[in-house]
Ligand binder design. Structure first.
Ligand SMILES: Nc1ncnc2c1ncn2[C@@H]1O[C@H](COP(=O)(O)OP(=O)(O)OP(=O)(O)O)[C@@H](O)[C@H]1O
Ligand SMILES: [Ca+2]
Ligand SMILES: [Ca+2]
Length: 626
């Protein structure tokens, strides 16, 4: 498409910056003992929440070590431990790491130190301690967090959910099939009527465990989101919710194939690329669906995906919306939620949205392909440090024998910058995935966010984006073509505001989206009311500059685009006019800020100005860079 002499290379080549081979970080106290916990045992006895303190938990696991080791020795999975690829390389910029030997800073002193013993395989993940502390109220350190059998009355909390109360008369409760931190799940069957004898799953959440308003709100939202999200093949089907004095009962379809975690373990940790892809396609599909509905799951982990049957090729279903929430396209959430091994860096920084789920899928993908966790430490704070600062290794077995596309895929999901991370829809368009059977790229909510920003941009920025869109490669265009066709253009290959509205209404289930975002979104596209958009303009509107910037060939893209912009778009502009094009507020010192954006020889936009313009500027972020 572009006129640059050298075409950008295919994105299938690994294109993320290599890990920083500056120094290795050894996690404090990591000795590779194995904190495997059995999720099937009642967990209240091993939940330790230090009174509302989400900070250092370094002592926490050590207490359980001997028990953990015992569990591991007994574990049938012990022989499958693979050598760990997860040694961490910290960047020069990272804060000094404590050396276990000296307790001193050692960030630059131990290049490429390897852990001597293998990492443990993935084990059931515990929730972040801050999550539990907020949900159970302040408890003393090392105390059992949940006051067993605490009275439902007298707490001052409203534990009425407004659900029907006749669970017992409709269902016959059967054996327990699974257990998590908040609830346990049993089989049940209809007592009478047409469906008599038909089996369902019932997640039972004891009201005694709902000791805070947040815990109660979580259950309300869990049911609300389950009700709102219906009709996806990879989502557990919700039937109804009941309550009585003691419990809430969530009735769902019964998944009889067990958790993805158990399947990973029973396979000895590793999946072939083909098998991993089959799992990841289903996960990405359903997560793209959540995101389009304005729902962020916030607790994606292998325990929260169930197979429908024991069959090898069984369908996978997402479960457990206990920590999920609605999020509007421009909104950022700030509560730290999830399970430590899977939590995204921006969640720990308390400013995140749907991209955080994609990070968790990156962690799952890493585990599927190599059998180890990308970010591991024996303590919660150690895991957090790794998530924030370490680059997972792609150098140890089996990574060298895996395809470069597989590695590129995982790296692009584990990009620490959420703006540069692929979305679920883009991940389904990645070269590693896109040619597999059963891949249908779903409508991506990112397209709408980007189009909204484009419609609000100045004519100059639109011209710059148009130039950049002409440098896109075949692989990048694949995703945009898929998205464009989902908006159902007319015969001339153009889309209107009506097409966009219709596509959103069709792909987003009404219930969920009413609560989230669609009405404001349409308002922002009003400028499209009297015209149609062709594919070329759509590419300019829906390309993500941040994501292109994450590629090795970004410089090339940008230079080519600037050449095109010089031919068709660049023009002489004075600083005041540029400031007004950018709608900068009068408080921005425009001469100081925009000085280098304009070429002094001819008064046109410089390369720097062009790149800045591509990113889109606001008075706020300009003020920040000052
Ligand atoms: N529909 C279902 N069919 C079969 N088993 C199920 C179903 N839903 C849940 N389970 C089983 O029950 C377990 C606990 O359910 P769930 O994950 O919803 O509980 P939780 O207490 O919220 O978990 P967590 O500790 O991860 O927050 C699951 O891991 C799974 O083994
Ligand atoms: Ca769960
Ligand atoms: Ca849960």
């Amino acid at each position: 498409m572009g006129i640059c002499t050298s075409k950008p290379s295919s994105p299938s080549s690994p294109n993320l910056s290599p890990p920083n081979p500056i120094s290795a970080k050894s996690d404090d106290n990591v000795n590779n003992t194995v904190p495997v916990k059995d999720s099937r045992k009642p967990q209240s006895s091993n939940v330790n929440v230090s009174g509302g303190n989400s900070g250092d938990a370094d002592d926490e696991d050590s207490k359980d070590l001997s028990k953990d080791l015992e569990n591991v020795k007994k574990s049938p999975f012990f022989p499958f431990y693979s050598p760990s690829p997860a040694h961490y390389f910290f960047s020069k910029k990272s804060s000094p790491a404590r050396s276990p030997a000296t307790g001193n800073a050692s960030a630059n002193s131990t290049p490429k130190r390897f852990f001597k013993r293998p990492f443990p395989p993935p084990s059931p993940a515990k929730h972040i301690r801050a999550v539990l502390a907020r949900r159970h109220g302040t408890v003393k350190p090392n105390e059992v967090a949940i006051p067993e059998g605490s009275a439902v009355e007298g707490t001052g909390l409203d534990k009425n959910f407004g659900f029907p109360k006749n669970f017992g008369s409709k269902y016959e409760l059967g054996e327990e099939v699974g257990r998590g931190h908040f609830g346990y799940t049993c089989k049940a069957s209809f007592k009478k009527g047409e469906l008599k004898g038909q089996e369902v799953a019932v997640k039972i959440i004891p009201k005694a465990k709902m000791t805070t308003a947040i815990a109660i709100e979580d259950v309300r939202r869990e049911v609300k989101i389950l009700r709102a999200l219906t009709g996806h093949n990879n989502l557990v089907q919700f039937y109804d919710a009941y309550e009585d004095h003691d419990n809430v009962y969530i009735i769902m379809e019964l998944c009889e194939g067990g958790e993805l975690l158990d399947r990973i373990l029973s396979r000895g940790g590793k999946y072939t690329e083909i098998d991993a892809k089959a799992v990841l396609i289903q996960i990405l599909n359903v997560v793209a669906f959540f995101h389009l509905q304005g729902v962020v799951h916030r607790d994606l982990k292998p325990e929260n995906f169930l197979f429908m049957s024991k069959d090898e090729n069984s369908h996978l279903k997402a479960i457990d919306f206990g920590l999920s929430d609605f999020v509007k396209p421009d909104e950022r959430l700030n509560d730290i939620v999830g399970s430590a091994y899977y939590v995204a860096p921006e969640v720990l920084h308390r400013s995140y949205s749907t991209e955080a789920d994609v990070w968790s899928i990156g962690v799952i993908a890493y585990i599927l392909l190599c059998g180890s966790r990308p970010f591991w430490a024996r303590t919660e704070s150690g895991i957090f440090r790794a998530v924030l600062k370490a680059d997972p290794s792609f150098e140890e077995a089996p990574w060298p024998s895996l395809s470069s596309e597989a590695k590129d895929f995982v790296k692009r999901l584990l990009n620490k910058d959420p703006r540069k991370r692929l979305t679920a829809g883009q991940a389904l368009s990645h070269p590693w995935i896109k040619n597999s059977n059963d891949v249908k790229v779903p409508l991506d909510i990112l397209i709408f966010k980007l189009m909204k920003a484009y419609m609000r941009s100045s004519a100059l920025r639109k011209a710059a984006l148009r130039a950049l869109s002409k440098t896109l490669t075949v692989d990048e265009l694949f995703y945009l073509k898929e998205q464009f066709s989902l908006l159902e253009p007319n015969k001339n290959g153009t889309i209107s505001l009506e097409n966009i509205k219709a596509a959103l209404m069709k792909h987003a289930t009404a219930d969920a989206t009413k609560d989230s975002h669609i009405p404001d979104f349409f308002a922002s596209l009003n400028a499209l009311q009297h015209r149609r958009m062709g594919f070329e303009e759509f590419c300019a509107a829906a390309l993500s500059v941040h994501q292109l910037e994450a590629l090795d060939r970004w410089e090339h893209h940008a230079r080519c685009a600037y050449e095109l912009f010089e031919k068709d778009g660049n023009r002489a502009i004075v600083i005041e006019e540029l400031a007004s094009e950018l709608s900068l507020s009068p408080s921005v010192p425009v001469h100081a800020v925009l000085h280098d954006w304009i070429r002094h020889t001819d008064g046109k936009l410089s390369f720097l100005g062009f790149v800045k313009l591509l990113h889109g500027v606001s008075s706020r972020n300009l003020a920040k860079t000052q």
